[in-house]
Design a protein. Sequence first.
Length: 336
Amino acid sequence: MRVITIEEHYADKRINDAVAKYGSSTNLADFSKEVRDAYNSMRFTGEYLTDFDRLRLDFMRKQKVDMQVLSYTNPVPDTVPKAEAVRICKLANDILAGIVEKHPDRFSAFATLPMADPEEAAKELERCVKELGFVGALITGPWQGKFYDDPMFFPIFKKAAELDVPISWHPEFTAAKIQNYYYLSENYPLKAGMMFATAGFGWHLDVGLHVTRLVLSGIFDKLPNLKFICGHWGETIPSMLDRMDQIMRPEVTGLKKKISDYFHENIYFTPSGILSKSQLEYMVKEFGAERIIWALDYPYIPFESCSLDFLTDSELTEKEKELIAHGNAERILHLN
């Protein structure tokens, strides 16, 4: 059985150094030095992000992964000026294209986009798809306090729909005032609070909220061909769809359909390395195996929890296993 994973990250010193000149993120910069140091001490910066010829391919062999769809692990922050953001993103995409060219049977790629300049971001997406052979884009948000339901970002989504490539979502820091209010506390360790605010919970809630805002904005009524990919089993949203349908009916939202309809028709989901039997069973029952794409979130989860046995030993049918392992990725990303 062929295996394709689509939320697999990389880094490059040239990009990291270019971004570092402008700080990390306006949201992270708002925190005290103590909080920033606590978070930075937990960040994974090892060579697993940069070594493609040895460590990554060795991991893929051990976990029976035939192809990874790569994405830049630290998106260009909102502190970078527009023109520089465009330059850095083009450099990141050119570097990634070189990696894919070296291992075309093992890697494909999502574009990094300069969200500071939506018109240029749309152009860069088109360049990446048509010239570099990329299969979509990975984005984070918000950008300088703006969520992507703001009309200024519409050209990016319009271009993705036109090119018939998906937009994959990845977490980013929320504002310090939100993290301080909801997640940080003197009653538990600072590192616990930072993980609660980020990879442990807060990041996922934030992405789920962001995608739901796009749904409520009518983006899929305007662009019915647009496709999103949400990691971590839907970033907290799937279990709330019945409630949203109940309370936020079309006569309330002004949408053409129920909120759940858009999640069933326009959005695809990945486990992002959260290999939970109950989550898998629920998502297949709710959305169908044809809307789930395999992903391991390399290298941010323990490698011992990445086994393909989770899928092959599941109670799914062979057809469902094939769809999740490679069939859906091949169809949605137009991979051979």
